[in-house]
Write a protein of this length. Structure first.
Length: 406
């Protein structure tokens, strides 16, 4: 089936184009610009903007949350801890009612290290056991153990390798076991030897410095324990690492809710009661933090030329102790935070489309260009000048299959 979206503004993932027509043929983008082919279904995009499908560069996902994400125009999620590794996601790859996904598997951490401190002692997940093999738990306390787990994670289907660098201080559990520099260095070096992208969970300046010194490819969080300094910004920029700030998560950790987002009539009906309720709460584990400092750090990184990616750290289920963020909806919230920090709307959109696709090697998506996947999002208005318009969702296409947004 051939579809032509006409009279539309086009943001191609990098910039606004002069072209006003995009043609979808099957699962791919056939043309950008030109005349619609004979017999094509015509969608009049007057007053609307066509974007690449959005990418959430930090999630923890399940089939249900991937469906939710797609309803908000998020066509790909990058799982930073979970089970949707290469051999476990075949049912997702071909299901155009779910966002696509890539996964780190489980991150390298010491026994008792992050994220164990987040789970209450009396909490029971309940429900059926997950399908497929149990995930590889790469608990490491020595350089040899960390390096030894990396090829096993690759063989088990991890798309990138994650390292937890966290002493628990931000989460209210200071002193939990944490990777030391030598162990982190060894794991990162082995991952690079095998050609794997590396990412690190870091919530403090000191942990960020450790990860940068180890040669990490990307930071899955932005530090929130203190204001940035010129030195740490320069170190991140010089390393070439990207940063996924997850401002929505930092705000929630500080006790700031997303109630305004939950109250938006464009959000609640698509999200459902359980997740909307979570948006009205927060993690509230680091109330002494300052959101203004986080936003200033985002701007400093951007000004230094660091690639910023949109991410949310949304949980795989609506867990009461992981409140304040939700799949799909919080991507739009993060875009607002990036603009509030000083990025232009177009720069923020780039952080949710072309930039994560490039940094994670997803060469078939993240942009609107002939031959790429027809992962697309049509919204009323012009989010390149008013970022709030991203929530004016009309239609989402996943591999050319439309999902009409009610």
């Amino acid at each position: 089936m051939t579809t032509a979206i006409t009279n539309v503004r086009v943001f191609d993932g990098e910039k606004a184009l002069d072209a006003t027509t995009v043609v979808i043929d099957g699962t791919r983008i056939a043309a950008v610009g030109g005349t619609p082919p004979a017999g094509a279904e015509i969608i009049d995009g007057t007053g609307a903007t066509l974007l690449p499908g959005l990418i959430d560069a930090h999630t923890h996902s399940s089939d249900g949350t991937l469906a939710t994400a797609l309803r908000f125009g998020v066509t790909t999620e990058l799982e930073m801890q979970g089970t949707n590794t290469r051999d476990n996601r075949s049912h997702i790859t071909g299901d155009d009612t779910l966002a696509d996904v890539r996964s780190a598997g489980f991150g390298i951490t010491p026994p008792g290290g992050h994220p164990s401190e987040l789970i209450p002692d009396d909490f029971e997940f309940g429900g059926p056991a997950p399908d497929g093999p149990m995930p590889l738990m790469p608990f490491s306390t020595t350089p040899e153990e960390a390096a030894g787990f990396v090829p096993r994670l690759v063989e088990a289907g991890s798309d990138y390798i994650k390292f937890m660098v966290d002493d628990g201080s931000v989460e209210g559990h200071p002193g939990i076991p944490m990777l030391d520099q030598a162990t982190l260095d060894a794991g990162v070096a082995e991952a690079h030897r095998l050609g794997m992208l590396t990412v690190a969970h870091t919530l403090t300046v000191d942990a960020t410095r450790m990860a940068v010194d180890a040669g990490i490819g990307g930071l899955a969080h932005l530090f929130m324990d203190r204001p940035h300094t010129a030195d740490i910004i320069a170190a991140i920029a010089a390393s070439g690492a990207f940063v996924t700030p997850c401002v929505v998560l930092n705000a929630s950790m500080m006790g700031i809710t997303a109630a305004d987002l939950a109250d938006d009539p464009r959000v609640g009906p698509r999200l459902g009661e359980a997740w909307t309720t979570l948006l009205r709460g927060s993690y509230d584990r680091y109330p002494q933090g300052r959101l203004a400092d986080v936003l200033a750090s985002v701007k400093a990184l951007h000004d230094a030329g660091v690639d910023l990616l949109v991410g949310t750290d949304a949980a795989p289920f609506p867990l009461p102790f992981m409140a304040g963020v939700a799949h799909g909806a919080s991507v739009h919230h993060e875009l607002r935070y990036l603009v509030r920090a000083g990025l232009t709307p177009a720069e923020a959109l780039r952080a949710a489309t072309a930039t994560p696709a490039r940094r994670f090697g997803l060469t078939d998506r993240g942009r609107i260009a002939p031959g790429l996947r027809a992962d697309l999002l049509l919204v009323d208005g012009d989010p390149t000048t008013r970022i709030d318009d991203t929530l004016n969702l009309c239609t989402v296409w996943r591999r050319g299959t439309p999902l009409t947004i009610g």
